[in-house]
Write a protein that binds this ligand. Sequence first.
Ligand SMILES: Cc1ncc(COP(=O)(O)O)c(C=O)c1O
Length: 448
Amino acid sequence: MITGKEERPRIVTALPGSCGKEIIAGDERHLATTTKASPAVVKQARGIVFEDVDGNVFFDFTSGIGVTNTGHCHPAVVKAVQEQAEKVLHFAGTDFYYDTQVNLGRRLAEITPGCFDKKTYFGNSGAEAVEAAIKLARWSTNRKFMLAFMGAFHGRTMGALSLTASKVVQKQRFFPWMPGAVHAPFPNPYRNVFGIDGYEEPDELTNRVIGYIEEMFKKYVPADEVAAIFVEAVQGEGGYIVPPASFLPALRKLADEHHILLVDDEIQAGFGRTGKMFAIEHFDVVPDVITLSKAIASGIPIGATVFDAKYDFGVKGAHSTTFGGNPVACAASLATIDVLQKEKLVENAARQGQLMHRRLKEMEETYECVGDARGLGLMQATEFVKSKEGKEPAPKLRNQVMENALKRGLLLLSCGESGIRYIPPLTVTEEQVDVGMDIMEESIREAC
Ligand SMILES: Cc1ncc(COP(=O)(O)O)c(C=O)c1O
């Protein structure tokens, strides 16, 4: 039985072990192909630690893809779920009323940026939160175009997928997408279509991207027909890319000039991950709409679209979903907010993130294959390349590093074409960050 306080991972079998192999075979036989990329087969998880079905103990530096920010099975969240489950499991908050949903709407309005009246639409996932934002933008502006960015990930349902532009496999064979979804380059300081070193010339990079969008507005996308600009304040799936400090303020200004809604997708970067409650707060920008999911209920499915109340649908039946804002999920989310605040986990993310960033930057300096180390708070990544000079992406090498780390007990996720993301729960301690980074360094040394 693990406690979550284990000091180190402990690997006792080949990976996967015999019990793991059986479950993986069952998965391959009975389940649709999704995105599975690692032979980790979990039995139980606490804090940043999990045990697999063969008795191996790992450190989870993935947080269930950015979901368990409060750590696996935080006792306060588990208690809130248990207590709510005893009272009512489901009552269709779309058509009837209960307090947990109202309380969560109020708390989200309080903690999200912007001092204006806000409302929340509840769905069940990130993609649903994005779908709601698309519909809200169309409904309230009566415009049709949506602008998003290259490298963006906004989900895989048809509307959200139309805005996604991260990997071609996500879109292949699914055309036609939603008409009117257009994309501009994202200001990636490390590699961008303008050939600019965005770390040396951040404002020039911002100007080029804004200029590109203005050109789109002149040539083929009528600005007064654009309903919304969708942006991840820090791009997630696309490679953990932090834009120049001037970018989001410039985008806000551009949106205002053309009365376009600014939709900030915080599904991956939000809820304390970057060392602030929302990533956009690093840039002092207030969006009109924020999409949330993943970490907001510590693992119970829920999506939320929080928006300036003046954009509300206002007509019953325009948008709704049976399970949206389920009472158990709302209770888990309220408990999650309490835990983040009481245990000062956002501050811990900032502190541990600095430590992790320093270690990753050292690796960038030491190893030819680490091209770039970047991130905010506990949303960190490294990009693997064939050489620093040429910057050619090295996905095979990246995969080898991840495999090496797994056999030492560190679970990781990839991002972008050749990146690895490091996103432990925000409860991670300095010692655990060090153990994780030591394993990373050994894994890189072995692969290089
Ligand atoms: C920024 C962002 N938006 C939207 C989504 C889609 O969320 P879901 O997988 O819950 O549909 C994701 C998922 O990774 C995401 O990272």
